[in-house]
Design a protein around this ligand. Structure first.
Ligand code: HEM
Length: 127
């Protein structure tokens, strides 16, 4: 029997709902506003493509944009530990709100924690 990918288990509709909800929080988070574009339409579209393949679905991000090289693509933005925490807190809230299935959620979120840590490219700024 074929094993279901996390993408299949979540379903495209729920995944899209999660990402839309996530960016509605990013858009309002004081630590994240400074580095994100005002119009998040394209960001949302790319993140839906990326998360689809990250969760074992079809490689639609790579088909359009090439290898993700996520750390390199994030280098133009100052990503501190505070910003990584903020990103993860927006995701955690979104997962609550769309009521992502607990069995999927734990493994998915752990992978995001690791990836977020890997994106940190700046020491914390002193004011
Ligand atoms: C793009 C911030 C973590 C996946 C971006 C952009 C910013 C950003 C500012 C550019 C938005 C734009 O111009 O459209 C952050 C911050 C993070 C973080 C502060 C905290 C650690 C992550 C993680 C993932 C991820 C954990 C995936 C698991 C992406 C993808 C893009 C992106 C796929 C689009 C790349 C492209 O332009 O093709 N992120 N990000 N990010 N981020 Fe993150």
């Amino acid at each position: 029997e074929k094993i279901m990918t996390p993408f299949e288990a979540i379903g495209e509709e729920k995944l899209h709902q999660l990402i839309d909800t996530f960016y509605s929080h990013v858009h309002q988070h004081p630590d994240l506003i400074p580095i994100f574009p005002e119009d998040l339409t394209e960001t949302v579209r790319k993140q839906k493509q990326f998360m689809t393949q990250f969760l074992g679905g079809p490689p639609i991000y790579t088909e359009e944009h090439g290898h993700p090289m996520l750390r390199a693509r994030h280098l133009p933005f100052e990503i501190t530990e505070t910003r990584a925490r903020a990103w993860l807190s927006c995701m955690n809230k979104a997962m609550d709100e769309v009521e992502l299935d607990e069995t999927i959620r734990e493994a998915f979120f752990s992978r995001l924690v690791l990836t977020a840590q890997h994106m940190i490219n700046q020491p914390e700024k002193e004011d």
